[in-house]
Design a protein around this ligand. Structure first.
Ligand SMILES: Cc1ncc(COP(=O)(O)O)c(C=O)c1O
Length: 475
């Protein structure tokens, strides 16, 4: 279907055509309607129409899986089991040696692993100063957590990683690191880090939440020193907003029982005083699993593989370089991070709160971005050159997003276009040039914790849109 095309624009346009809601129009300030631009893909990406169509077809056959004796259950069980293999193949997992465990999202996957490794307080887990909270907090309290430093641009200090391995050998059991940062987009050389970890007898876990959606990823063979032992990623960041994600890693890790969550589906035999646990992945997928979400993820990954992840990557990289270069020319805009990155760009405009910039982009331009700390407070604080400040708790308690330090983030995906980026750049220039006017036009609403134009409240606009899209539904 998608054979032999050399121009990435063709793949981009195919993807774009298949994005659900790509032509959604919204009301902006001045009672104008504009086509919504989604530059918040690092949070979640939209769904794909062909996958939705296939889901609808699959739902004709949908039933609860495993141990059902009806045709629908038997078909659904087979689909569900096969989908595990499709998902594993996307990152080149070893079907004989790895378990592909379906979870809700990356956060659940990392938490699961933090329990399944059965760590002791004297074991060392190395994480880094550039992690999302989801790859930091789950490790705390289960082992001694040591953080690899980053430089002033937020780039991981590989030498520091090596020195931690040396100093703590043989106590380091795991290095857990993001494949790409959700704040700077910076891409880590995880295969080099894997080699280092293995040299010191440790394993590596890659938080793939921001990498897997942007670049084709290869866990590599178990015999390769650069092999990635574990990876976790979320479907909703790769065009599958149906509550599915995956944790992949060596089967033997998931046979050390009991699992972290127990219950139906995790067992072979239950006696009053003895339990025989299921083999993975069943042991680690307690309760009735998310069959439709798993189907949707597998179907999406097949779609993307056929379309060509490399083509989408090439396009996204070109767009990101262009965006960085153009923003860099606008005086008064401070950019964060360095160059090797996925399509994540964070910045601040001098003299304007990040939340106000986000509000102007939303209410005037119809562009969806994200502002704040993106669940990576230590990293953002570091990039902003700030120290930890306990007084900031008051700002959080009081919903003062106008005062909490942070940034504005644009995050691109393979379907975004140069026209969308140019349109954003025009608005950015306008905001920089007319910042005092925008400051007067907007008010901070403490109940919502956000800015909105004084001539209408953000709440009422959202109410209108909410009513419109829910019209006819049970809500
Ligand atoms: C780098 C990174 N890791 C982990 C997560 C957590 O992902 P999820 O919310 O899907 O569990 C995110 C979410 O933004 C992320 O960007």
């Amino acid at each position: 279907m998608f054979m032999n095309r050399s121009n990435p624009a063709v793949e981009v346009m195919i993807l774009r055509k298949n994005i659900k809601g790509i032509n959604q129009r919204i009301l902006v300030r001045g009672k104008k309607k504009k086509r919504y631009i989604h530059f918040d893909n690092a949070a979640s990406t939209p769904a794909l129409v062909p996958v939705l169509n296939d889901m609808s077809r699959f739902l004709e056959w949908y039933s609860g899986v495993h141990r059902g004796t009806g045709y629908k259950s038997m078909v659904s069980s087979r689909v569900y089991d096969d989908c595990h293999q499709v998902i594993g193949r996307f990152v080149n997992a070893d079907p004989d040696r790895d378990s592909i465990i379906m979870v809700n999202n990356t956060t659940e996957g990392i938490n699961k692993l933090s329990y399944r490794l059965h760590l002791k307080p004297s074991d060392v887990v190395m994480t880094t100063d550039m992690e999302h909270h989801s790859n930091d907090l789950p490790w705390r309290g289960k082992a001694t957590v040591v953080y690899v430093k980053v430089d002033k641009d937020g780039v991981l200090d590989i030498e520091h990683a090596a020195s931690i391995f040396r100093k703590n050998y043989p106590r380091v059991k795991l290095l857990t690191v993001c494949g790409a940062s959700n704040v700077t987009g910076h891409v880590n050389n995880v295969h080099l880090l894997a080699e280092m970890a293995h040299e010191y007898g440790a394993r590596i876990m890659v938080d793939g939440a921001q990498l897997v959606p942007h670049r084709s990823f290869d866990m590599k063979s178990h015999s390769d020193p650069r092999h990635i032992d574990f990876i976790a990623f979320s479907g909703h960041k790769i065009f599958t907003p149906f509550g599915s994600g995956a944790l992949i890693g060596p089967r033997e890790v998931f046979t050390q029982n009991p699992p972290d969550y127990t219950g139906g589906g995790t067992v072979k035999i239950v006696m009053k005083k003895k339990v025989y646990w299921s083999d993975p992945p069943d042991s680690d997928e307690p309760g009735s699993p998310n069959v439709t979400g798993t189907y949707a993820l597998a179907r999406t990954l097949t779609y993307l593989s056929r379309l060509g992840m490399d083509k989408l990557q090439e396009h996204e990289e070109g767009l990101t370089s262009y965006l960085l270069e153009q923003i860099g020319r606008i005086p008064g805009v401070e950019l964060y991070g360095s160059t090797d990155r996925v399509g994540v760009v964070t910045f601040n405009i001098k003299g304007l709160p990040h939340a106000l910039v986000g509000a102007v982009l939303c209410y005037e331009a119809g562009i969806g971005t994200r502002t704040g700390c993106f669940c990576a407070q230590n990293y953002v604080r570091h990039l902003l050159g700030l120290k930890e400040n306990h007084e900031h708790l008051k700002l959080y308690d009081q919903n003062r997003n106008d005062k909490i330090p942070g940034m504005v983030r644009l995050s691109l995906a393979g379907y975004n276009t140069r026209e969308e980026v140019d349109y954003f750049l025009q608005w950015l220039k306008d905001i920089v040039q007319n910042k005092y006017e925008f400051k007067q036009r907007y008010k901070f609403f403490i109940e919502q914790g956000s800015f909105a134009p004084v001539d209408f409240t953000g709440g009422s606009l959202v109410d209108k849109v909410y009513k419109r899209c829910m019209k006819g539904s049970v809500m």
